[in-house]
Design a protein around this ligand. Structure first.
Ligand SMILES: [Zn+2]
Length: 271
């Protein structure tokens, strides 16, 4: 019956790959159906109306046709091309990292509206120029929380003692913070400063728009990043290309910028 194979999805392009001379395989993270892959015929041709809508980090409504093998995208209307993200190297790298992380942590066809909303909220904040470390850390921690791997941050995961404000350690394998007494029995734990623990707690207990206003010193940002990246790699069980690239950009920033006083430590003293 005419039209019975047609349907529409809203989603964000998280990956695309060239196929042959003219086509692309496009992976969307959709609003209601999770991750789905399609063929976009002719999307590589100059002047193709599909081309701009199937670029990575483009949100749109896609008209699709069911068929054997991958379904086709036949038409697309862009909702947001995230132009400001794409005009800035750091923001673009952050956006690609979010897309790669979603791709690595989801399976095709598993609906996940909460994760979609988190992704779009994070991209919207990033597109408004608030592309801070705190945005990325908040995204990673909420993703881990959503996947059931949220780091335990208030008691030692080995002995259960309430953590004291001293240098503790964080273990991805054990799923949270290790007190100094338990450190000898944990192989993968890395030192976790008092301020870094405050940052992790802050990200999980505040809205994204609150977190993105907090500025970290470069050294504190690097420490927190190393911890969340280890957790993410442990959960997705693979290296993420964009993570390595962000680390390179951060290393460059550490060589060329002065440290700033962290605001997170002051803000958290009231807790
Ligand atoms: Zn302990």
């Amino acid at each position: 019956m005419a039209g019975s194979r047609d349907y529409q999805v809203e989603g964000l392009v998280i990956r695309n790959a060239a196929v042959g001379e003219r086509d692309r395989v496009v992976t969307l993270f959709t609003q209601n159906e999770g991750k789905l892959s399609f063929v976009a015929r002719g999307a590589r041709r100059p002047g193709s109306s599909l081309g701009p809508s199937v670029q990575v980090l483009t949100r749109g409504r896609f008209q699709c046709v069911r068929r054997r093998g991958l379904d086709l995208i036949t038409q697309a209307a862009t909702i947001d091309s995230y132009r400001k993200i794409k005009d800035d190297l750091w923001c673009m790298s952050c956006g690609l990292y979010l897309a790669e992380l979603i791709d690595a942590s989801t399976v095709e066809g598993a609906s996940n509206r909460t994760l979609y909303d988190l992704l779009i909220e994070t991209l919207n904040v990033t597109n408004c120029g608030a592309c801070s470390d705190m945005v990325l850390r908040s995204f990673e921690l909420r993703l881990l929380q959503h996947l059931g791997f949220c780091p335990s941050l208030h008691k030692c995961v080995n002995c259960g003692v309430v953590l004291r404000p001293v240098v503790n350690s964080l273990s991805a394998a054990l799923g949270g913070v290790i007190c100094p007494d338990c450190l000898p029995s944990c192989r993968d734990a890395m030192p976790l400063s008092v301020d870094a623990l405050k940052v992790l707690r802050f990200c999980l207990s505040n809205q994204l728009e609150t977190s993105c206003r907090v500025r970290l010193s470069i050294s504190l940002a690097a420490e927190v990043e190393e911890h969340t990246h280890r957790f993410v790699r442990f959960v997705v069980q693979r290296e993420l290309k964009a993570q390595d690239w962000l680390l390179r950009l951060r290393t460059e920033a550490m060589l060329t910028r002065d440290n700033e006083a962290p605001t997170i430590a002051r803000r958290s003293e009231d807790e």
